[in-house]
Design a protein around this ligand. Structure first.
Ligand SMILES: Cc1ncc(COP(=O)(O)O)c(C=O)c1O
Length: 381
């Protein structure tokens, strides 16, 4: 049976070239980048080379990169480390889109405990923040705006550059969670105009458990993890050099010049799948913005099948997808993203996410389309 991994937004397989870049640091080169001897100095050089590569992928400078233990940690550091401990100077409001990842939403709850007023920006039926409605919510009392670049569940891209322009004009800091965008969508911190940007290696064929926060010069970052001089005193703890070297290699391979061609290839495969489903699966419903969205992502529901039933049926056929976001799988709570887009709870429970990747070939698309066509009309909903 042909196995089809269509869950690249949850995580991606480690690319063999990334593994190769990591292995020296797991075998012979064990120096600590903070040590003064030759082995330590060699590790320091490798760490700084990796920082350069990640910075280049984001269009920033190496000194602006703080390595973290995940994208979730980068999001927490951005929100909790960039604002004063209590609201100051009349800036007490924090604005988030309603479709952010839980690591942003829950970090914002901690800001609320410190006295900030946390508000959510509504999205339209495609999952996008409306610029004009956002404009009315941005004023001199705004401390921070956090809006993700690309949504993990439906792939919709947000107008981050325009929102950042408005928020910065009002004197607020701007953060964007670009965890799903890096490696799938060209991006540059300078043209986005943000102050903080989060990324994670395992979404672009790098190792799990390593991320980074890009920090612009307007930000005075307070560390969340204290107790050492690492990362320019912005994140204590001996660096995970093997994973960081892997992250750097993933950036060179997947967030560089080859990205656009790969994006077009994956988009063509995803769109071919849409065509097949539209013709062979009567009543299929599609969600999110495929034009202005991630090329690899497809959010859909089949008539009469709940999302968790569909996931199990596909799993039995060797096809791996997820319901809503991977992080909330296993819980019966419908996705907050789909609810924010205006779906009813029942409709939201029907949705599954397919996310394609670099190993995806036409035969995978063909298999998924024919299996789904065989399910249409079955189910209990
Ligand atoms: C949009 C978004 N932000 C943040 C994260 C968290 O990244 P990590 O798994 O590295 O903690 C994810 C992972 O699913 C994500 O999709």
């Amino acid at each position: 049976m042909l196995t089809v991994y269509f869950d690249h937004n949850a995580t991606t397989p480690l690319d063999p070239r990334v593994l190769e870049a990591m292995l020296p640091f797991l075998t012979g080169r064990h120096g600590n980048p903070s040590s003064a001897h030759a082995a330590g100095r060699e590790a320091r050089v490798a760490l700084e080379q990796a920082r350069e590569a990640v910075a280049e992928a984001l269009g920033g400078r190496a000194s602006q990169i703080v390595f973290t233990g995940s994208g979730s940690e980068a999001n927490n550091l951005a929100l909790l480390g960039s604002l004063p401990l209590q609201p100051q100077g009349g800036r007490g409001r924090v604005l988030l889109s309603a479709v952010e990842h839980p690591s942003v939403l829950e970090a914002a709850e901690a800001l609320a405990e410190r006295g900030y007023a946390v508000e959510r920006l509504e999205v339209d039926a495609l999952g996008r923040v409306d610029l004009e409605r956002a404009r009315a919510r941005i004023g001199p009392d705004l401390a921070l705006l956090s809006v993700m670049l690309a949504n993990n569940e439906v792939g919709t891209l947000q107008p981050v550059a325009a929102l950042a322009g408005l928020a910065r004009e009002a004197g607020a800091l701007v953060h964007s969670d670009a965890v799903q965008a890096l490696g799938k969508q060209p991006l540059a911190v300078r043209s986005l105009g943000v102050d903080l940007l989060s990324v994670s290696a395992h979404k672009l064929y790098g190792p799990k458990g390593v991320g980074a926060l890009w920090v612009g010069q307007r930000v005075q970052l307070r560390p969340l993890i204290r107790g050492g001089p690492q990362e320019d005193r912005r994140r204590a703890g001996t660096e995970n050099l093997a994973s960081i070297a892997g992250f750097a290699q993933a950036c060179r391979l997947f967030a560089g010049p080859e990205l656009k061609a790969e994006q077009a290839r994956v988009r063509a495969l995803r769109d071919a799948l849409v065509e097949r489903l539209r013709s062979d699966v009567p009543g299929v419903r599609l969600y999110g913005d495929r034009e202005e969205g991630l090329a690899n992502t497809l959010s859909l529901a089949l008539p009469h099948l709940a999302g968790d039933e569909l996931l199990v049926l596909l799993d039995l056929e060797g096809i791996y997808v997820s319901t809503g976001s991977a992080c909330s799988s296993g819980s019966l709570r419908p996705s907050h993203v789909l609810l924010a887009m205006g779906l009813s709870e029942e409709e939201a429970r029907g949705v599954v996410r397919l996310s394609l990747g670099q190993e995806t070939r036409p035969e995978h698309v063909e298999r998924v389309a024919s299996v789904m066509a065989s399910f249409a009309g079955s189910g209990t909903r």
